[in-house]
Design a protein around this ligand. Structure first.
Ligand SMILES: *[C@@H]1O[C@H](CO)[C@@H](O)[C@H](O)[C@H]1NC(C)=O
Ligand SMILES: *[C@@H]1O[C@H](CO)[C@@H](O)[C@H](O)[C@H]1NC(C)=O
Ligand SMILES: *[C@@H]1O[C@H](CO)[C@@H](O)[C@H](O)[C@H]1NC(C)=O
Length: 353
């Protein structure tokens, strides 16, 4: 602030001026507080009282309409109307600065990335973009300034985060991210590649009911056990292969792997490790989660700061299509050596066999 308040009381006039100034500042703060509260309420239960207004989610064009955790079923909510500039309300600029992300959730699709993002953004030291900007794959040509402009404002102490699961399988992504900052922390949520493929297929099927069967797409020749690795749903699961590209740029310790399976059975434990990796205090603990048996998925408990309990959207944790167990066995066999190589590289056994 431009106002210096001297340590000692000055002449009566100066004191009066200061009192006026104090009252004025107080009223500004109140205005801002009310404004923040209003923003929180229209943030669909994601209220974080006394925190800066959320970033301009609506400004991100290319993100797929993944449902937000407490979005009602049905069409995604329309983008909110542009907010009036804060300056017209309070005369002071909005707090915080837009920064390039210091951490990214880079993958994998259908691994549980949305859950990790929604869980970690409960942390007061994390601000995350709600949509997927696809900067390092589809939108790289728009430049870093464009990318930065999408980010939520953060205070010095806060980490900026975004997630785009397709980065993990994008060949150029490691180099581009390294070029942004070699210190970028990378988070990869992985899951049994067979389950992942089925989940991926289930999602595609829900949009395009006419696609061939899972078996038909998985094999080039099923009798010969020839798996079609050019099919994306299969290819994404070759984690060891994709990881190689990242390790050319980033040391192993700069990539954190979250187990998609343990995220469901022990969200607090898994999120504890994510917080340690990000170098932030363990704010998220057991008391933030409860298990919804109907959904078979952990949800965020209601707290003073968020008035509604939050579960992931309807499409999350949806029932998978039934696949012939023999096909599953064949794919499991196919992935086994890749999985083992992945465990060795990462130094962690995910127990997918
Ligand atoms: C690296 O980033 C800079 C901007 O920081 C940009 O000018 C340059 O083209 C980028 N190089 C590559 C190879 O992406
Ligand atoms: C699969 O391989 C078997 C054995 O070589 C062959 O007889 C069959 O025609 C092949 N099927 C397809 C669809 O290529
Ligand atoms: C659990 O999930 C079901 C299905 O999504 C939902 O209808 C129900 O409200 C949830 N219950 C709680 C306590 O969150």
């Amino acid at each position: 602030m431009a106002l210096r308040v001297p340590g000692r009381a000055g002449p009566p006039q100066a004191r009066r001026a200061r009192r006026l100034l104090f009252a004025f500042t107080l009223s500004l703060s109140c205005t801002y507080l009310c404004y923040s509260l209003l923003r929180c309420c229209d943030g669909r239960g994601r209220g974080r009282l006394l925190r800066a207004p959320r970033g301009p989610r609506a400004a991100v064009p290319p993100a797929p309409p993944e449902p937000r955790p407490c979005a009602p079923p049905g069409p995604p909510p329309r983008a909110p109307a542009p907010r009036p500039a804060a300056s017209s309300l309070s005369g002071s600029p909005k707090p915080g600065t837009k920064r390039l992300p210091q951490a990214l959730i880079v993958g994998v699709k259908k691994g549980g990335t949305r859950a990790v993002l929604e869980f970690i953004r409960v942390h007061p030291d994390v601000r995350a973009l709600g949509t997927e900007p696809h900067f390092f794959d589809r939108n790289y040509g728009r430049g870093l300034d464009w990318y930065r402009s999408l980010m939520p404002r953060t205070l010095e102490s806060q980490i900026t985060l975004e997630k785009t699961p397709s980065y993990f399988v994008t060949q150029e992504a490691p180099r581009r991210i390294f070029n942004m900052s070699r210190d970028t922390k990378l988070i990869v949520v992985v899951r049994n590649p067979v389950t992942r493929a089925i989940s991926d297929y289930t999602q595609t099927l829900s949009k395009k009911p006419d696609i061939p069967t899972f078996e038909g797409l998985s094999f080039r020749n099923r009798t010969l056990g020839l798996v079609d690795v050019s099919w994306n749903a299969i290819r994404i699961g070759l984690y060891a292969l994709h990881l190689e590209g990242w390790l050319r740029y980033f040391p192993r310790a700069q990539i954190h792997f979250v187990s998609g399976e343990r995220l469901i059975t022990d969200p607090a434990g898994e999120m504890g490790r994510v917080q340690d990796f990000l170098g932030i205090r363990r704010f998220l603990t057991d008391k933030h989660f409860y298990f919804n048996k109907t959904k078979g998925f952990p949800c965020l408990r209601r707290t003073e700061a968020s008035l509604l309990p939050r579960c992931l959207g309807k499409s999350k944790g949806r029932a998978h299509v039934q696949i012939d167990p023999e096909v599953i066995d064949q794919l499991r066999e196919f992935y086994r050596p890749h999985n083992i190589k992945f465990y060795e590289t990462v130094g962690q056994d995910f127990r997918w066999e």
